[in-house]
Design a protein around this ligand. Structure first.
Ligand code: NAD
Length: 460
């Protein structure tokens, strides 16, 4: 049956391509109308979205509104109010030889693009790239993650109800269907997920020389050095880490601090986690679940293989896909918890003697998607900012920078390729065409370049 699936998929891609070529997606009015319909999809189905997110990840309403619904709505507002200025031709500086020409960069849609979504924020990580694709005037095939099935089926049902079925299609399925889909020729592939699958995507894209955007992850550190208000620091750290049960691509993966800071933080972490989720987080309505039994087992395996000492949490319940907010100390760099992105509610604390050693530690590893530095000392913050490389950077907080639509969101090195959100999403899904419109004036002057060549004419 994969052949049948592939045939059906190529028919979808072929249909979208012929619709794209009619130019229907080009006018701003069309793009604005589709963006407004996407807004209506979210607003008119808010309760169903909340229910689906709860079913998939036990997402509390507060987290779902903040990090899925509002993020997508803000992105829509931003695109709707800026689209006409983004679409304007950009006139460029000219030189003597082009003085009389009209020289501008025109943003054009790429064509039919593929968006492969992730499961941890299954609404916004699927819709936000789509907003960029629509704004830029593309047709799109959307493949939501099968790992969050309730949100996946809601998107499969709602997208065709609201958006133009001629221009946008939703394809359902897991790795097998995705690989079949990838055999088709797209004009851009936008993938959010793991580095492992990103290699499959890039390889498939190379067959058709298709450009890719890869929104990946990695181990995003939280460095705490110098003086800092421990209580506030622990609150912000714990919120950023245990939001969505740690299943955020920009979650602080581990803490890097001095032994003294660790000792000061530990009692505060215990108290804060109790304040947030009570003594029994499993009964708290504010703490998410792990998305699938497979992901639960991976995390439990990491915890089992770790040589560190569990100081807070450690409890789990397989049936409920529950892992308590967990803090682990005495973790060295060879520990199991330091070999891959954790992507769950387990926080290792690694100690080094100084911020300089911390910078060395970071620079010896893959570039992370986010880097957090907590400190009262702004020169220390700047020192880390200037001597490290990461997708994004935020001092004295976690996660929060990823919600600002005027920032590019994306990784660097192993944490990703390309970026989106706001104008950056529009750019990702646009081709920047260099346009020179010449007239017929000054033909005699133009004639200087024709053969037979005379070197003295080079200096005209
Ligand atoms: P994943 O990479 O396994 O799956 C994501 C998507 O890829 C799904 O739609 C799935 O159907 C498809 N897929 C899975 N296996 C495939 C295969 N062999 N061939 C083709 N397609 C395949 O997702 P995961 O590993 O569970 O996600 C976690 C990772 O994603 C973490 O590293 C996290 O940091 C990263 N992430 C990054 C962002 C970001 O915005 N940068 C957001 C969320 C997650």
């Amino acid at each position: 049956w994969p052949t049948v699936a592939m045939d059906a998929q190529s028919q979808v891609v072929g249909r979208l391509r012929s619709v794209f070529l009619t130019g229907v997606t080009l006018p701003e009015q069309f793009r604005q109308a589709q963006l407004n319909k996407l807004m209506a999809l979210i607003k008119e189905n808010e309760q169903r979205i909340l229910d689906a997110l709860h079913k998939d990840l036990a997402k509390p309403k507060f987290e779902a509104v903040l990090s899925e619904i509002d993020i997508a709505i803000n992105e829509l507002h931003f695109a709707i109010s800026n689209l006409s200025s983004w679409m304007k031709p950009e006139y460029v500086e000219k030189n003597l030889a082009t003085k009389l020409d009209e020289c501008f960069v025109r943003r054009e849609p790429l064509g039919v693009v593929l968006i492969i979504g992730a499961w941890n924020y299954p609404l916004q990580l699927t819709l936000n790239p789509l907003i960029g694709a629509i704004a830029a005037g593309n047709c799109a095939v959307i493949k939501p993650s099968e790992v969050s099935p309730a949100t996946e089926s809601l998107l499969v049902e709602l997208i065709p109800k609201y958006l133009s079925q001629d221009c946008y299609a939703v394809v359902q399925g897991g790795p097998e269907e995705t690989q079949a889909l990838l055999k088709n020729c797209f004009d851009h592939i936008f993938y959010t997920g793991s580095q492992k699958v990103a290699r499959v995507i890039m390889q498939a894209a190379s067959v058709h020389l298709t450009p890719v955007t890869l929104e990946l992850g990695g181990k995003s550190p939280c460095m705490i050095f110098g003086g800092v208000n421990i209580r506030a620091a622990v609150h912000r750290l714990a919120w950023a880490k245990f939001f969505n049960a740690g299943q955020s691509c920009v979650a602080p993966d581990y803490v890097l601090c001095s032994p003294a800071t660790r000792d000061a933080m530990l009692p505060e972490l215990k108290v804060t986690l109790e304040e947030f989720y009570t003594k029994n987080p499993q009964a708290s309505p504010d703490f998410c679940r792990i998305v699938s039994p497979r992901h639960w087992s991976r995390l439990m395996e990491l915890l089992k293989r770790s040589n560190g000492k569990v100081i807070v949490g450690g409890e789990s319940d397989e049936e409920d896909k529950y892992i308590a907010p967990t803090v682990v100390v005495d973790v060295d760099e060879d520990d199991a918890l330091m070999q891959e992105e954790i992507f769950g509610p387990i926080l290792p604390i690694v100690t080094v003697d100084s911020v300089e050693k911390g910078i060395e530690f970071l620079n010896a590893r893959e570039k992370p998607l986010a880097l957090y530095v907590f400190s009262d000392d702004s020169s220390l913050v700047n020192k880390v900012l200037e001597s490290t490389s990461s997708g994004g950077f935020c001092s004295n907080d976690g996660i929060i920078h990823s919600g600002l639509p005027s920032f590019p969101f994306g990784g660097v090195g192993a944490s990703g390729l390309g970026s989106y959100h706001g104008r950056w999403g529009f750019e990702t899904f646009s081709h920047r065409k260099a346009c020179m419109l010449r007239g017929w004036a000054l033909e005699r002057l133009n004639g200087l370049r024709y053969p037979p060549y005379q070197e003295n004419k080079l200096n005209w």
